[in-house]
Design a protein. Structure first.
Length: 254
């Protein structure tokens, strides 16, 4: 009897990365196909000064010029330890409430949602981060590592309404995985917006990582949906991001 598969899990999404890779077998024989004149002309016309994925030619049927701009929301580290736990504060609690409300009332404004999770292990205090910030937090398997309840409920709501959701686990401030995925799947016209905590650590790290990976992409941060380790640190991080051409959404709480 043919098995029925969950529609959400089997549906191919435009944000999924193509995992097909070329063979790296050293015994494989190189192709002897002679390039035609058109291929040579295309190769010569390439900008040899930039070999990043951002300049790659779109696949057939995916013309960047004709595709509608999509909006991606990145929610950074809204976990218990950063909100009500050992590294939380009132501003983080306020930001978390605003983010939960945004996810449920403004979901239709976005085409995809990425949630990052900061995860450490029992040896955290032995790491460089642990020596510089000797407060054990977001330890794998603990309640402090979990998303706050409102975020968990919002994720269920978004999935129920057919939204694309991806949770990314990271073990340091920024996520190379997040940058790689968005660089591989975003179109030139897409916009990326970040929110979360802490503005001066993980939010700014991920924003600058995305900027480095995608120098021509529109990247935004709304201060009203972020909070830092202190208000002064929050404002300093926003100035840093603004200097690096991250758009600070007007009307946000500086």
């Amino acid at each position: 009897m043919e098995k029925k598969h969950n529609r959400i899990n089997t549906k191919k999404n435009a944000f999924d990365v193509d995992k097909t890779v070329k063979s790296t077998n050293p015994k494989s024989k190189p192709s002897r196909t002679k390039p035609n004149d058109k291929a040579v002309q295309m190769a010569k016309s390439k900008d040899t000064g930039n070999n990043s994925q951002e300049t790659r030619k779109p696949k057939s049927g995916q013309s960047i010029r004709n595709n509608k701009a999509r909006k991606i929301l990145v929610v950074v580290d809204v976990q218990n330890d950063f909100i009500t736990g050992v590294l939380g504060n009132k501003d983080c609690q306020t930001a978390a409430k605003r983010i939960v409300e945004k996810l449920t009332t403004e979901a239709d404004k976005y085409d995809a949602f990425y949630f990052t999770r900061d995860v450490h292990f029992d040896n955290y205090l032995e790491t460089l981060e642990g020596q510089k910030l000797p407060v054990a937090h977001c330890i794998d398997g603990t309640e402090g590592c979990d998303f706050v309840n409102g975020i968990q409920d919002a994720i269920k709501y978004l999935r129920k309404n057919g939204k694309y959701i991806k949770v990314i686990t990271k073990h340091t401030f920024g996520s190379n995985t997040l940058a790689d995925i968005l660089n591989a799947t975003c179109r030139a016209t897409d916009e990326i917006e970040l929110c979360g905590v802490c503005t001066d650590i993980c939010v700014v790290s991920n924003a600058l990582s995305l900027r480095q990976a995608m120098p021509n992409r529109v990247i935004k941060v709304n201060p009203s949906y972020c909070a830092g380790t202190s208000r002064a640190a929050h404002k300093a991080a926003l100035r840093t991001m603004n200097s690096c051409q991250i758009d600070i959404i007007a009307g946000g709480n500086y």
